[in-house]
Design a protein around this ligand. Structure first.
Ligand SMILES: Cc1cc2nc3c(=O)[nH]c(=O)nc-3n(C[C@H](O)[C@H](O)[C@H](O)COP(=O)(O)O)c2cc1C
Length: 369
């Protein structure tokens, strides 16, 4: 128990990566809200993030931000990042978070084939196929790829100018970059499809373009996942060797922090190889970079439970603390618990979370003295 207490306090120590110093190890997971009419984040958006920073979150990762191209995302109430008004409004969001002592990263998002085509805009993707393998939209031409990489780069440059402390590239959940990784959605024959190295090529080119745009010290976070919005059992890396093959080119291209998205942080990623180690732990091991863990932290209810309508229940975080103690991750992202309670992190720090057994603030203080 003493070990756990010490580890909890360690979660409240800062972490520096390049030009970013996160005051503690808690991030807010990116969560789409569709609350920015016309793509412009208003005062309510600034207040929404400010409250989470005031509640103790060290690093806000914004909801997915649409790249400034109509095909990149829909509906348009998802915020974007181009144009004077949008940029001015994001500056206020950033200032509000900074005023509370927090830091903030913009998550850059291209939805690929998962873009809703209700408005008649044709979705674009590696092979014109969605996450269920159905024809949707059209395949990108090879000579269009540099333009998409430049969209990411330009958005990252703008994010930096606005004052965001980092950018996160959304390469998870079956959206554009992930559609390149995944065999089901990538049947290209132009060198951007085929084996894992070829499927990683375009996302790595995007990372390189972003890195060139933001300079050497500005943190670039890359989010990826095995699971997809349309298939929880999907896999892009079947074993640790494949995970290494997937991540190495991204490291080479300039990623600073990986954010492997899992629905449950406590599930072993490759049980045949290790009965405990999470995807975050494996990512840290094979990539050698700081890692953000995520997935049902502090909640009894797993993310996107098959049992619809379940009430979200708080749960203890001992397993998370054990994983941190074992060096499996550097930062943990919290999603739904922060929607339910903007001050979740401060309540954890103060020992006020229900069901958090084994945490005694008095002992914790004594152990630090
Ligand atoms: C309402 C909602 C919106 C989400 N939107 C995004 C998003 O824009 N980008 C993204 O990468 N993940 C998104 N996610 C996934 C979360 O970032 C996170 O990985 C997931 O909620 C699991 O964490 P949790 O169990 O702590 O909620 C969303 C999740 C929720 C609940």
């Amino acid at each position: 128990m003493l070990q756990n207490v010490v580890a909890i306090n360690d979660l409240f120590q800062p972490l520096t990566v390049g030009s970013l110093t996160v005051p503690n190890r808690f991030a807010m997971a990116p969560m789409t809200r569709q609350a920015s009419p016309g793509g412009v984040p208003g005062a309510d958006v600034a207040e929404y993030y400010r409250r989470r920073a005031a509640g103790g979150v060290g690093l806000i990762i914004t909801e997915g931000v649409r790249l400034p191209d109509p095909a990149a995302g829909y509906p348009f109430s998802i915020p974007t990042i181009a144009g004077d008004e949008v940029v001015a409004r994001w500056s206020r969001v950033v200032a509000a978070v900074h005023a509370e002592g927090g830091t903030i990263a913009a998550q850059l998002w291209h939805q690929g084939a998962e873009r809703d085509d209700a408005d008649g805009v044709t979705p674009v993707s590696p092979s014109g196929v969605d996450g269920l393998g159905r024809a949707k939209g059209r395949a990108l031409e090879t000579d269009e790829l540099p333009g998409i990489a430049e969209l990411f780069a330009q958005a990252a440059r703008t994010a930096r100018e606005v004052g965001f402390d980092a950018v996160e590239l959304h390469g998870a959940h079956g959206y554009l970059l992930d559609e390149f990784f995944w065999e089901r959605t990538n049947a290209r024959t132009d060198g951007y499809g085929g084996d894992l190295a070829a499927r990683t090529r375009f996302p790595a080119e995007v990372v390189a373009a972003v890195r060139a745009a933001v300079g050497p010290d500005y943190p670039v976070i890359f989010r990826f996942s095995q699971w997809k919005g349309l298939d929880y059992t999907a896999s892009i890396a079947d074993d640790p060797t494949q995970l290494q093959e997937l991540l190495a080119p991204l490291v080479e291209a300039g990623v600073d922090i990986f954010h492997p998205s899992t629905r449950r942080h406590y599930v072993p990623a490759f049980p045949d190889h290790d009965s405990q180690l999470s995807l975050a732990g494996w990512t840290k091991k094979v990539a050698g970079l700081p890692v953000i863990a995520v997935g049902s932290v502090g909640l009894e209810t797993q993310f996107r439970s098959e049992k619809q309508g379940q009430v979200i229940q708080p749960a203890p975080v001992e397993r998370l603390v054990e994983q941190f103690g074992a060096g499996e991750f550097d930062i943990v992202a919290i999603g739904r618990a922060l929607l339910a309670d903007p001050a979740w992190v401060n309540r954890l720090r103060d020992g006020e979370l229900d069901g958090f057994a084994g945490y005694d603030p008095a002992t914790a203080l004594a152990s630090l003295a």
